[in-house]
Design a protein around this ligand. Sequence first.
Ligand SMILES: C[S@@+](CC[C@H](N)C(=O)[O-])C[C@H]1O[C@@H](n2cnc3c(N)ncnc32)[C@H](O)[C@@H]1O
Length: 356
Amino acid sequence: MQLKFLSYTYPGLEWILKQEILNKKWQIAEIWPGFLSYFWDESVLVKANLWLRTANKVYIVLDEFTTNSFDELFDRIYGIDWEFWIWNKFNFFVKPHIIKSNFSQVWIQKIVQKAIIKKLVGSWNYVSTTWTNLEIRIDVFKNNFKILLDSSGEPLYKRGYKVGNSQASIKETLAAGIILLCGCKQDVCYDPFCGSWTLLIEKALIDLNIAPGSFRNFVLEEFDWIDKNLVEKEKRRASTRRKNKSIKLYGYDIDEKMVNIARQNIENAGLEEYIFVQQWDFLNLKISDCMITNPPYGERIKSKNIEKIYGKLFEDLKNLKCGWIITGYKVDKKFLDNFKVRVLSNWGKRVKFLWK
Ligand SMILES: C[S@@+](CC[C@H](N)C(=O)[O-])C[C@H]1O[C@@H](n2cnc3c(N)ncnc32)[C@H](O)[C@@H]1O
């Protein structure tokens, strides 16, 4: 069965996601700021969830149309084969995302819900047979609708290896995007502000070709129309693709609690042999080779020494082979000569990605 998929990513990282999709030889349908759609069959649905490092979710496109009438919206939704896609199994919820349209969120939610329930049970008495939540996302841009069925469940940045985060952690999908963006091929790399270790774990997963979704489950595993063994089969196949590489990644953090969380996260990801972690103050640390880091912004995590930290950071970078920084801190212009800058967003906050 040919399907059309759609995945969101961070504005600015679309071409990284595009490259991930092209590397898998799937066919790109559309590219827009913040999302991409692509074609293939249901086996790709599993692979996309398992392998895409920068996609926030994988949706199936059930319908696309243009309308400005509520009646037509109801008819189009009613026309979708809901008995096939969800039967009355899921505790589904409708999530509209509206841009530049006169349609209101509440009305779209009501109409879509009414049409699906009428199709499934012919009345208002919809009772799901499981507790599993299933998102039906309705994207509306002006009068253009996309009806999307979630196949991931929890967003894909939740990889499944983390026991804890730092107060100011970076999302795993963004961390992977940054690693792919900088194309860092160094086998030895430092993160002196490692927090929960997101950046270096994602680097190790990329370097060792480990599927980022191999630590978790997806809502698609409960779809009746998907072969139940497909996910296990793809996970097994993914594990055979793992590369043997002698990487050494060093992470430090001043906070003992973070160091303990990081150790647990590394263990959960099965990466102990490649990764070294220690409690250390950056101001007393000597770094060589390559650095990739997400230093404190001086907001959520207060640091008395914030100016000193950035002074040393840019001084150290001058002598390194390569270095990448992602930060929401307003870095003094005097440091930025000879650096390239790209603006991205982390948890909705503008951050700068800087490199030599
Ligand atoms: C923005 S967070 C890093 C988050 C990390 N990328 C993650 O995803 O969890 C900054 C980290 O720097 C640490 N930190 C603050 N001052 C430090 C210092 N002087 N030396 C080392 N680490 C420091 C904080 O404890 C915090 O975990």
